[in-house]
Write a protein that binds this ligand. Sequence first.
Ligand SMILES: Cc1cc2nc3c(=O)[nH]c(=O)nc-3n(C[C@H](O)[C@H](O)[C@H](O)COP(=O)(O)OP(=O)(O)OC[C@H]3O[C@@H](n4cnc5c(N)ncnc54)[C@H](O)[C@@H]3O)c2cc1C
Length: 289
Amino acid sequence: MIYDLIIVGAGPAGVSAALNLKILNKRFLWIGSKALSAKIARAEKVMNYPGLPEATGAQLADAFRAHVAAMGIDIHEAMVNMIAPMKDHYGVAAGADFFEAKTVILTTGVAAAGALPGEEALLGRGVSYCATCDGALYRGKTIAAVVTSPRFEHEVEYLAGLAAKVFFLPTYKNPAVAAENVETLPARAAGVEGEKRVNGVKLTTGEAIPVDGVFILREAISLSALLPKLATEDGHIAVDRRMATNLPGVFAAGDCTGRPYQYTKAVGEGNIAAHSAVEYLAEKERNPV
Ligand SMILES: Cc1cc2nc3c(=O)[nH]c(=O)nc-3n(C[C@H](O)[C@H](O)[C@H](O)COP(=O)(O)OP(=O)(O)OC[C@H]3O[C@@H](n4cnc5c(N)ncnc54)[C@H](O)[C@@H]3O)c2cc1C
């Protein structure tokens, strides 16, 4: 089955795109976190969201979740690892699942931290973003897991069931992964090492640990790894006023398209991207190539 639309990311931009697609009566798949974006709840007080002068981020997040639930919209809980252009549509890999869609709306936000030195050069040669896709390649081996959110701890446990040893490098406080072969290191990852393949991870202490592979599980995947031919400008996705990217049928909205990083910009762009994607589909139907 080929979906008409797939939304990638569940922050304010994704919420807005999903609500509008539902109102427009479209069948779409929405891939992200059911808890929505952690960035919504993090704001102590939101002063600039029209109509909600005293809202905290947590209240805004609750309101978004309630709105999504009231509209009967479901979120497929997963990270998208890669989007591949196919003949006249796109393949979307999310964990062990593969979906297809005529149009894609990217609402992936911006990552707080950029890629580690060596990460992009060794992607697919020992660096992986997906435990369920690539975990089996490291059966009986030694790996590192660089993890930015407790949301991915179950993936570390999954990897521990395959690998002989997992060096766990969380970037947050109070990590909780319990498995005999998992060693939680107090340092952070500073880089990925290796020539043709990964052979180690450099730590912020200056020490290097030898590993056969490194899983980097963070809230966002670099744009060049996600969709290699996507045009960018100053590290953001280049879009026109319709939120269309350089790739036919791919739209983008929210922080991922540039500053200012604000809820209302994200919500407004999510709305435009949804409408533009629907217009694109209608135009394709009128004038099939
Ligand atoms: C502490 C703090 C306070 C803030 N206060 C304010 C404020 O008061 N007012 C204001 O206007 N703005 C504020 N902001 C900014 C606001 O949070 C962002 O502008 C807004 O969340 C952007 O929404 P977005 O949907 O574009 O991206 P995000 O909220 O970043 O959501 C993107 C989502 O997509 C997910 N994602 C990324 N890649 C993938 C993938 N490959 N597959 C699946 N999912 C993926 C991410 O995990 C994330 O959940 C604040 C931000 C912070 C951090």
